[in-house]
Design a protein around this ligand. Structure first.
Ligand SMILES: Nc1ncnc2c1ncn2[C@@H]1O[C@H](COP(=O)(O)OP(=O)(O)OP(=O)(O)O)[C@@H](O)[C@H]1O
Ligand SMILES: [Mg+2]
Length: 459
């Protein structure tokens, strides 16, 4: 449409040419040249207008532009053509009388240009409006889509919070409460049967199993405690029997020997008296053992008194001298010269040493082609302790029994009860000491125990 004003300008120039040319009486040759130049300009403008119009029609997809303005532009085109043909035909004889006719042609052309322009303007406005409407519609669709997505996102976020985050938070709260209170009867709430619901149900099942396991464990612990109490009582009964049995057996054997001697027509009363003394001594020992075990049941070490361990050892050796000799055992004593005083129950400590030496003799009884050596030592040890050791050259302790020798009733002997070492250990521990065994060098076993030394100055 840019060409319409240009066309108007060109047509205006033409009108001016007629006005000036007629009044000024211009030479014909000059007028012809000017007229044909002006006609050429108008024609080329008209052609350009036509080309632009066709391009605009091609660009308008619905074809409505052509329908709306084509008639006006066709009229304009034919009008312009006839205007130019009249001009070309009459160029040679232009004079003042033609001015009215030229004016009419000029006015008619200008009117058609304006009509075409108005029609084109209306159509362009309409097209513009359509374009704007389309753009707005697109924009609304876009906004509606964005709004929908935003709404969906919020909806999904709400759903996620309600159906995933909240149940998981509830689950987490219950889990941390269970871990802090150890109350396995708590349960996590759940109503849905989705993934979270199934996880919560599995969590609740797990809690139920834990609760059941805890109940089982409590019941088992109670049963175990009862069994342990019974075992301890059984051990005690067995230990009394064991410790009393040895002196009683000696009493029976000695009394039988005494009776046999008395049936002799001339009994050696001196021998009978000696054997009766042994019976009395063993009777006392049995009664001491009973008293001592009674004290152990009370979990108290009775009759603690300061005593010399070295003396105690020689006493016990005196008791076992016969066995040591008959088994051809060489005895080595290495007794510390000082600080061998301890605060202890004499009978209990005597039993410990007696049990250890008896075990050592038993261990060497089966070894025939090696020297039988029993070495008993006392020595001061660190932290004001006295260390007592009983070493033998027996067969040693089988590695697989190493951990069990202190267990009550563990024995490898056909007539053993397996209580000696367990009693020894409980006595030594009741006196604040420790008892353990190590392999001997080059053979045999070394049993060692410690006792706190008794220091008068310290009390
Ligand atoms: N000096 C040792 N050398 C080798 N084995 C030993 C020695 N002392 C103990 N044992 C092993 O430890 C086991 C347990 O000893 P413990 O004194 O407790 O019971 P026991 O001697 O078998 O029977 P008892 O109740 O008559 O003492 C023994 O059966 C033996 O196998
Ligand atoms: Mg023993």
């Amino acid at each position: 449409m840019r060409m319409l004003p240009t066309l108007l300008v060109r047509v205006g120039e033409m009108q001016e040419f007629f006005a000036t040319s007629i009044t000024a009486g211009e030479a014909v040759a000059v007028r012809d040249v000017r007229l044909s130049a002006l006609i050429g300009l108008v024609r080329s403008t008209a052609n350009e207008l036509k080309e632009n119009l066709e391009a605009a029609y091609r660009g308008n997809r619905d074809g409505r532009l052509k329908q709306a303005i084509d008639a006006k532009f066709t009229v304009l085109g034919s009008n312009t053509q006839s205007y130019l043909s009249v001009l070309t035909a009459s160029a040679a004889g232009i004079d003042a009388r033609d001015a009215v006719a030229y004016n009419r042609l000029h006015s008619s052309t200008v009117e058609h240009v304006i009509n075409a322009w108005t029609a084109a303007q209306v159509e362009l406005d309409r097209l513009l409006q359509v374009r704007i409407d389309n753009l707005l519609a697109n924009m609304f669709v876009g906004l509606a889509l964005i709004g929908t997505f935003a709404g969906l996102s919020i909806f999904i976020a709400l759903l996620t919070h309600r159906h995933i985050v909240q149940p998981l938070q509830r689950l987490q709260n219950v889990a941390s409460k269970v871990s802090s209170t150890k109350d396995y009867n708590l349960r996590a709430e759940h109503s849905s049967m989705d993934e979270i619901g199934r996880v919560t149900a599995a969590f609740n099942d797990m809690l139920a199993e834990l609760a059941a396991a805890k109940e089982r464990e409590t019941a088992e612990r109670v049963a175990f405690a009862q069994a342990t109490r019974l075992t301890t009582m059984g051990e005690m009964a067995a230990s009394i029997a064991h410790e009393v049995n040895q002196p009683l057996a000696a009493i029976v054997a000695n009394a039988n020997a005494g009776l046999r001697w008395l049936t002799n027509p001339a009994p050696d009363l001196g021998k009978v008296q000696a054997i009766l003394q042994r019976v009395v001594r063993d009777g006392h020992r049995a009664s001491d053992v009973v008293g001592s075990v009674r004290a152990m049941i009370k979990r108290d070490v009775q009759q603690k008194a300061p005593l010399q361990v070295n003396e105690l050892i020689t006493d016990v050796i005196g008791l076992l001298q016969a066995d040591i000799q008959s088994e051809r055992i060489t005895l080595e004593l290495e007794l510390a010269s000082s600080a061998t005083s301890v605060l202890a129950d004499r009978v209990q400590l005597q039993q410990v040493i007696l049990n250890l030496i008896t075990n050592a003799i038993d261990a060497m009884r089966t070894s025939h082609d090696v020297p039988r050596l029993l070495r008993i030592k006392t020595a001061a040890a660190e932290a004001n302790n006295l260390l007592i050791s009983v070493a033998d050259s027996g067969a040693g302790i089988d590695a697989k029994h190493q951990d069990r020798i202190f267990d009550p009733f563990f024995t490898t002997k056909p007539r053993g009860m397996g209580l000696g070492l367990s009693i020894c250990r409980s006595i030594i521990e009741a006196h604040g000491g420790r008892l353990w065994a190590t392999p001997g060098d080059p053979r045999g076993t070394v049993f060692q125990f410690t006792l706190p030394t008794y220091n008068i100055g310290a009390l």
